[in-house]
Design a protein around this ligand. Structure first.
Ligand SMILES: O=C(O)CCC(=O)C(=O)O
Ligand SMILES: [Fe+2]
Length: 396
């Protein structure tokens, strides 16, 4: 999910560079850049206006998926439905235990583990992070319960306005991407302005409010460890406002009858600073490691952390924002993920952002140039999920 696109929509922001003409052109262009042989925009609109979502399509008993969801075959993992996941892999993302951090010796050890994981995998799981198993279960169950409600209930919240209040929708980038993905989601900005509780439906209100609080604590702690791993003051990222601008997304990946034709979420890197992700046990998430796609096996009670593009830039490439994707769910059980994206708040229009000067020296010169907020936003708008282009664009 690329919430950067949403960041461009606040009422005070400059006009969108992606004009309606652009959106229509993107909607009509073929997956490989050729023109579609059908009226893609019309079919996108029909799907959008029906508000049925992917879960609604799945529940209707379809056995083939609409062509707006077809991805180029070479980008879809090969399916072996008898296996746990398309290509069961041996390597696993690191698991880091966050307990006993008051002990300086242990803290140094954990800082080293976090630095190593963030600079090689860009992804890791944390356990003993302070959120109880019952809070995790309740939150996941509440998001699931929202998605399992009848159509008539859910559509009260169906919106494409990604900036205001609680939304239920499908494919944030529906009109911008070249192929739609097989998921629906709910989304809520929880910072800098706390959400209005009455905007959140009863069925998941308390859980969302609590999850925001708890996941932010974990993000703050992980950012402290990441700062220490760079030799910075532990509060550096907190002071930069790295967890003050935040959104919670509760994604539902329903059963897909043709998983070999589409994706749950296409390959992308997260554009923000940091992501905290909780998923249920249904397989789907894969992380790029070298040339391989590695399955992420969520450990019980664990949370998945990944580095976003901005942190890669700020850390002068020490920490890595890595591509990941979710294959379409072929299990009959819903795949649920609860994602919190954290981004910089104190980055004013016109201010430059870039590798932190404290990290630069003659021996480690900047590998990225400074960039403006507008450059950052423009890159996301013009490329949708292909957020890596920002890092390519600013590379010296
Ligand atoms: O659902 C997941 O496991 C990952 C979701 C994700 O990558 C995203 O929303 O950016
Ligand atoms: Fe992501």
């Amino acid at each position: 999910m690329n919430l950067i696109e949403s960041i461009t929509f606040p009422k005070c922001s400059p006009p969108l560079p992606a004009t309606l003409t652009n959106i229509i052109k993107m909607a009509r262009e073929g997956v490989a850049g050729s023109t579609y042989t059908y009226d893609r925009l019309k079919e996108l609109k029909e799907f959008d206006e029906s508000k049925i979502g992917c879960k609604g399509l799945a529940d209707s008993g379809i056995t083939t998926i609409p062509r707006i969801f077809h991805h180029p075959p070479e980008t879809v993992p090969k399916m072996d439905r008898s296996a746990e996941s398309p290509a069961a892999s041996l390597a696993e993302i690191p698991v880091i235990d966050l307990s006993d951090l008051e002990s300086p010796t242990r803290r140094r050890l954990v800082v080293d583990q976090v630095r190593l994981a963030a600079s090689t995998w860009g992804f890791f799981q944390v356990v003993s992070h302070g959120i109880s198993a019952s809070v995790m279960e309740r939150t996941s169950a509440a998001i699931k319960a929202f998605h399992e409600q009848p159509h008539q209930e859910k559509i009260k919240h169906y919106k494409r306005d990604e900036m205001n209040g609680f939304i239920y929708s499908t494919n944030n980038d529906l009109y911008r991407s070249k192929a739609a993905n097989w998921h629906d989601h709910i989304q809520l900005w929880t910072g800098p302005t706390p959400p209005v509780a009455s905007d959140i439906p009863d069925i998941c209100r308390d859980e969302i409010i609590q999850w925001d609080r708890e996941a932010t604590k974990v993000a703050d702690l992980v950012l402290e460890l990441l700062a220490e791993g760079l030799g910075l003051d532990s509060k550096k990222f907190k002071e930069m406002g790295c967890t003050d601008c935040k959104a919670l997304v509760g994604t539902c990946y329903p059963y897909c009858p043709e998983p070999e034709r589409t994706m749950g979420i296409a390959a992308h890197s997260d554009g923000q600073v940091l992501t905290v992700l909780m998923t249920n046990q249904v397989a789907g998430l894969q992380v790029k490691h070298g040339d391989d796609w590695i399955d992420v096996k969520p450990c019980r009670g664990g949370l998945i952390i990944n580095i976003g593009d901005l942190l890669q830039a700020i850390s002068n490439g020490v920490y890595r924002s890595v591509e990941h994707r979710v294959f379409a769910n072929y299990s009959r059980e819903l795949r649920i993920s609860v994602v919190m994206f954290f981004n910089l708040l104190n980055w004013r229009e016109g201010d430059m952002m870039g590798p932190l000067p404290e990290l630069l020296s003659q021996d480690s010169p900047a590998i990225y140039r400074d960039f403006t907020k507008q450059e950052y936003l423009d890159k996301f708008l013009s490329n949708g999920y292909d957020s890596k282009s920002l890092l390519d664009f600013i590379r010296i």
